[in-house]
Ligand binder design. Structure first.
Ligand code: TXA
Ligand code: MG
Length: 367
């Protein structure tokens, strides 16, 4: 384990003394200077189609160590490396597991991170001491231009303070990383709004196959449609060996300051009572839900309603951010059930279960 990183209980916050450097802002078509900063060992926040990332040269361990400091990130949580061209894969790994190339052909550039056996030259700081490295080629035009200018794989976690929702707008990225990174590229709002799907190959005594470590916009069905190999089941809350392989899943994640309570049906909200007359609650839900009933009178702040799950997912983290700014006490968030599963819903449910710490307005659900 590297010794220069903060220990796992170290957290930075908005008022600490780290946030002192001058941060430059670049527009999405001004990526050359941002790329040059990466080559000099600086930190650059950049947009992707999923969320904003906090990038450093993946082959500069000192620069990568600064990522952990800037985020207050536990040192046992590995970083994803970002590339713009398939030729860079050989810098990061020497051997590709079965089907890896099919996954790259099918989903890159795009929101799929593939965990591969790491090349010996990839630093332990990037991989948190694991023998694997996560690799992703994002689809966002400014991200690809920036990565090309950088000319080296860029290690980048989401650009939030550790534990908070990932930034999906320039304003959120600025709020999280002003004074902590040398530059931020303004790519506007992110399209997907939830982090990439992470898959890993595992070889076991009885079965080998790919496992989804984190669901995202590339869905289980998408993966099945191109790959005939086995997809092993994944339950991040129970499987210890999986936790060891995907350390990020063990830490609290995606939480706004406001309390988040989940519901599936508007009728469940009628069971909610609060003893605090000053408390402000609001709702994030599908528009269609308003046809089945009324929101409780405690929801004094106007509801955020979306035509479909894709739009709700796209705006979820920026809604959390804005509602924290309005000092709301709590947010009821409509949550897709397994029954609703298609497209983004598995990823959305995964993030909501974490944002709420599994708390429901009414009866806890068993999924
Ligand atoms: O969409 C995304 O993936 C964004 C953008 C910036 O690309 N990045 C992102 O990074 O969400 P981060 O660090 O917030 O989440 C990375 C996840 C963590 O859960 C981490 O544990 C897992 O990927 N991960 C990274 N490398 C891994 C590895 N070698 N083995 C297993 N899991 C890994
Ligand atoms: Mg993250």
């Amino acid at each position: 384990m590297p010794t220069s990183l903060p220990n796992s209980s170290t957290k930075q916050n908005e008022s600490d003394t780290m946030a002192t450097m001058i941060t430059e802002y670049f527009s999405a078509n001004d990526t050359a200077r941002a790329g040059a900063l990466i080559r000099k060992g600086s930190l650059v926040v950049f947009p992707t189609e999923t969320v904003y990332g906090l990038g450093a040269d993946a082959f500069n361990p000192e620069a990568c160590a600064r990522i952990f400091q800037a985020k207050g990130r536990p040192q046992d949580n590995p970083l994803i490396t970002h590339i713009y061209d398939r030729s860079q894969v050989s810098q990061l790994t020497r051997n590709l597991p079965p089907g890896a190339e099919i996954l790259m052909d099918s989903f890159w550039p795009g929101p799929l991170t593939i965990v591969l056996p790491k090349h010996p030259t990839v630093s332990d700081i990037v991989t948190a001491g694991l023998d694997t490295v996560g690799v992703r080629m994002p689809r966002h035009a400014a991200a690809l231009a920036f990565l090309k200018e950088a000319g080296t794989p860029v290690a980048a976690p989401s650009a939030n303070q550790s534990g908070k929702p990932s930034p999906t707008t320039f304003a959120m990225a600025k709020n999280a990383m002003d004074g902590r990174a040398e530059a931020i590229i303004d790519g506007g709002p992110c399209d997907t709004g939830l982090e990439s799907t992470v898959v890993a190959w595992s070889e076991g005594p009885t079965a080998s196959g790919w496992t989804i470590l984190r669901p995202g916009a590339v869905t289980r069905e998408d993966l099945h449609s191109v790959l005939d190999t086995l997809f092993l089941p994944c339950d991040n809350s129970r499987d210890d060996s999986l936790l060891a392989r995907s350390p990020g899943t063990r830490h609290p994640h995606y939480r706004p300051r406001a309390e988040v309570l989940l519901f599936t049906n508007i009728a469940e909200l009628t069971t909610f009572t609060t003893t605090d007359p000053e408390s402000k609650w609001t709702v994030i839900a599908l528009e269609a839900e308003t046809q089945s009933g009324k929101f409780p009178s405690t929801t004094s702040t106007s509801a955020r309603l979306y035509p479909d799950w894709i739009s709700l997912a796209r705006h979820l983290y920026s809604d959390f951010y804005e509602l924290d700014g309005e000092n709301v006490t709590g947010i009821f968030v409509q949550t897709p059930t397994k029954h609703d599963d298609s497209g983004i819903t598995e990823a959305l449910r995964n993030r909501l279960l974490k944002a709420s710490a599994g708390r429901w307005v009414a009866t806890p659900k068993t999924f």
